[in-house]
Design a protein around this ligand. Sequence first.
Ligand code: FAD
Ligand code: NA7
Length: 542
Amino acid sequence: MTTQQTAAQTVDAIVIGAGYGGIYAVHKMANELNLSVIGFDKAEGPGGTWYWNRYPGALSDTESHLYRYSFDRDMLKEDHWDHTYLTQPEILDYLEGVVDRFDLRKHFRFGTEVTSAVYLEDEQLWEITAGGDLYRARYVINGVGLLSAVNLPKIPGMEKFQGDILHTGAWPEEADMTGKRVGVVGSGSTGTQVVTALGPKAQHLTHFIRTPQYSVPVGKRPVSEQERAEVKQNFDAIWDQAKNSSVAFGFEESTVPALSVSEEERNRVYEEAWQRGGGFRFMFGTFGDIATDEDANETAAAFIRGKIHEIVKDPEKARKLTPHDLYARRPLCDDGFFETFNRDNVDVVALKETPFREITEDGVITEDGTLHELDVLIFATGFDAVDGNYRRMEIRGRNGIEINDHWEGQPSSYLGLSTSNFPNWFMILGPNGPFTNLPPSIETQVEWISDLVGYAEEHGIAAVEPTAEAVSDWTDTCTEIANMTVFTKVDSWIFGANVPGKKPSVLFYLGGLGNYRALLNEIADEGYRGFQLTGDLLKASA
Ligand code: FAD
Ligand code: NA7
């Protein structure tokens, strides 16, 4: 035994991450399974996404009553929300409250990054390096986040810029944009929120857009006491509906084909959804084939394009803001994004027409020779989604196989939960997990992992891992489903097609949460079909 190994602290379970996933996993391991557990997060506190993304305008696009945990009925009764959507500080408060309610802080080590996780076959333990120290555990649960590893593009001259360069996913709390000349790169969910929030504050704002996106109003409005009371009275039914639906956003997905109704009726349905608000509701609640049929998709796209031209008064700005490809990314919604461009101090640059040439001390020069003078350059350029944070650690399973080699072709898993050759190593929202409003998917996965760990503990099982065949079949299933949709036809983070050098591949199970949950139940009922449950702890320690 080496000196280092002697120094390792051994616990039953290690959880990485303190977002929705990690918090719930620590609660399950510590408070329900009575296991010893340490949770690590490189952040200085809990919150995950909502710890890091403190940029102005950060807002959930899931409605407030569904962007939370459902597992504790008493907590649901006590929960409070003022508006139909939650701001970043509200979500952070909520998650901190959950940590305190279940006395979880004592299990977490914040400001501590996990840099490696190596499986020790002889001991049937994982050895983790976190903050430079060694730990050992039988189980590792990764709640490292699917939109967490930031993507910061490299633009020539970036290092020369005399102003501030910020990424929305690592936003410093003290940053104040009042009266500044601000540039924002990126027009996804985050970019649209930042631009909407900063337009009225900045002296001048330039939005650099590479691909314009379809966005509908979010529909943020105050919630009355009576509305809240109604939700609380019906929360069993509300959660039951969400968890058994496809995208789990709290509405019935439509099954009506868009072209089966008259144009007048179609526009009435779109207008109603536009007025009500919500990106997922617009894409999945209006008609049943917008995400699967290109002609149906075009009807929704054309409606949104028409709205952009109605809202944005300057025809040149409207032209640059108007998308022409399929409406096939994570459906956006905003709180007045297009309206912001009616302000004289807000401009748009179409990067496909005039790409970046270089960044200088004073700002950004585009290929037409224009210098856009800036005090701050904000990158709302998204994330190395889903597998990004795994690839940034050294993770070695059986026979020393490294995760980057194991995932060389594409990141793969069984059920988005675990992968072959990595025993007792679980992922929350790993590759090919469900594509939904995420808290109910996170809860589903954490509960299932926790049941499996409980089962392993009860039966003295030393190692649980899926077979290579189960992983390969699940990858095929996810690919087949994805190929039935229009999402594969557009480059976005959903398929890992947003980061230079990353191999695009299917990263989600698009079959819906209801089907996913039914499958998980079936697999557990069949004695964890597709998993190898090996060894026996008594034998292992003999
Ligand atoms: P995260 O909240 O991402 O937490 C992961 C944590 O792991 C991070 O704190 C990170 O520091 C830590 N970590 C990672 N690697 C390591 C390491 N090696 N060592 C130590 N710590 C590590 N989803 C929705 O369903 N609805 C929404 O409205 C919505 N809005 C969003 C808005 C924004 C701006 C963003 C970025 C995402 C949004 N999402 C939304 C997705 C959101 O990420 C999930 O809803 C949810 O918060 C994910 O929780 P998580 O616990 O899985 O991961
Ligand atoms: P997204 O949706 O990945 O959007 C990133 C944006 O940044 C998008 O407009 C990109 O343009 C743009 N981008 C990325 N790299 C560059 C470079 N090099 N130059 C110019 N523009 C670039 O990330 P978000 O943070 O908005 O949202 C991610 C999810 O988090 C979201 O769905 C919510 O769930 C929360 P592109 O489209 O690639 O041309």
